[in-house]
Design a protein around this ligand. Structure first.
Ligand code: TYD
Length: 418
């Protein structure tokens, strides 16, 4: 079901240093569908290690991808913020990289086709590669051509036989999920045209550290990237970084634009890339002590949330959560918060409703529940969408409902407008 990863997946170094142990936890997206499944839940170690050679942080184990992704519950299209993000990405690629030309755009792990829909709206030819059967089926039903498989060399060869080289390959929030990144990039080299661009978006380790986002560490996220690390990886695979952009989405993301070495059509933003590298160095991102501090901050947040919730419960007040996000489920489990303390979790994803959160066993409900049975406090587990969630729950705050936001530090929001 899982195997230990004893060497760095980028540079092969075996001298990895553990720095954060979040205990044994269930898989954050493996929601419990029937209460009878509760006793059969599987727990996996959640430990992060650091490679002093290339500064990659990675999990000490790899859970078999077939367990994680065969039926995937995360739907990109639920968030308005993400829709807007995809629209901007498609427009940016269309105008700056494709320079108005109509291209063949391939999205790896295309989920429900949210990004490809935006490319299609701009008249590009699109193809999704999606390993989860349920999501591939869903995106095909909305008119997005989708190939149901994992991305690797074999998939790249098959696509090339049936289609053509890709002008654009995107992979947003996928790279961190991949164990064999070398094979992944070999596949990119097969499908990407000589003058094409490969664009990734990944959570940025510098931001994770800066904002204590330890709850984004869970079994699906095998790697935690810095620019230094990505540069080493890409250079091993005939890819050069053209530009890097920092984006607020998902708590702090970097968009990295790469092309093949032989492609000189677009200019390299060397100054911008060097700035990232210098900042990483100056912020201690190449020093194990920085990472050991994350353990201290995580424990601090854990104790603060736990005592806040215990105090609220002592006053006989009620607490619910918003967003059955993987990070939220991780936070609850790490902080040892369960169904005895929290009444329910609201999530707008229909597939998550009527399930139970892994580990904490809190029931997941639709927004209707917040209207019918409002709590005194709402813990926003999807803190990366806090603004969007607060604005869609105005009715709750107008009736005196309070919010708790756990990351980067525990904060309480009260509105006096009754
Ligand atoms: P997200 O933070 O995108 O990802 P992860 O699971 O990787 O931590 O998850 C956000 C969750 O919050 C997702 O389950 C959808 C839910 N959500 C709503 O239910 N309503 C909303 O308005 C928003 C913005 C999110």
């Amino acid at each position: 079901m899982f195997y230990e990863k004893k060497s760095c997946r980028i540079c092969g170094n075996k001298g990895l240093i553990p720095y954060l142990d979040m205990g044994n936890t269930p898989l954050a997206n493996s929601l419990i569908v029937r209460s009878s499944e509760i006793n059969n839940e599987k727990y996996f170690p959640l430990v992060v290690v650091y490679c002093p050679t290339c500064s990659l942080s990675q999990l000490s184990i790899v859970v078999e991808p077939s367990i994680l992704y065969n039926h995937y519950i995360y739907h990109s299209s639920i968030s308005k913020t993400f829709h807007e993000h995809c629209k901007q990405l498609a427009e940016y690629i269309s105008s700056i990289i494709l320079k108005g030309k109509i291209g063949f755009c391939v999205d790896i792990a295309s989920n429900d086709g949210c990004l490809l829909t935006k490319f299609k709206n701009l008249s590009h030819k699109v193809l999704g590669i999606e390993p989860a059967k349920n999501l591939a089926k869903l995106s095909i039903s909305t008119g997005i051509d989708t190939y149901n498989d994992f991305w690797n060399k074999k998939t790249a060869e098959k696509i090339l036989q049936s289609y053509s080289h890709a002008d654009i390959i995107t992979s947003t929030n996928v790279f961190a999920h991949v164990d064999n990144l070398h094979e992944f990039l070999e596949g990119i080299n097969i499908l990407l045209s000589e003058d094409g661009a490969f664009i990734i978006e990944v959570p940025y380790m510098s931001e994770l550290i800066k904002k204590n986002e330890f709850d984004t560490i869970y079994h699906e996220h095998l790697s935690y990237f810095l620019i230094k690390t990505l540069k080493i990886l890409f250079e091993k695979h005939n890819l050069k970084i053209l530009d890097i952009q920092k984006l607020p989405i998902h708590g702090g993301t970097i968009r990295v634009i790469t092309v093949k070495y032989s492609n000189n059509n677009l200019s390299i933003n060397k100054k911008g890339i060097d700035k990232f590298l210098n900042e990483e160095d100056n912020n201690g991102m190449y020093d194990i002590h920085t990472y050991k501090n994350l353990d201290i901050y995580a424990k601090k947040i854990k104790s603060e949330i736990f005592s806040l919730i215990t105090n609220i419960k002592r006053q006989n007040k009620r607490i619910s959560c918003y967003g059955a996000s993987a990070k939220g489920i991780t936070l609850l489990n790490y902080c040892k918060i369960n169904y005895r303390m929290i009444d329910y979790i609201i999530d707008d994803t229909p597939q998550k409703q009527n399930c139970f959160a892994p580990g904490s066993h809190i029931p997941i409900c639709s927004l209707k529940k917040l209207l019918e049975s409002p709590p005194d406090y709402l813990l926003i587990l999807a803190w990366n969408f806090a603004e969007e969630i607060m604005s869609k729950t105005k009715f709750y705050q107008n009736n005196g409902g309070k919010y708790i936001i756990p990351i980067p530090e525990v904060r309480l929001y009260e509105y006096s407008s009754k």
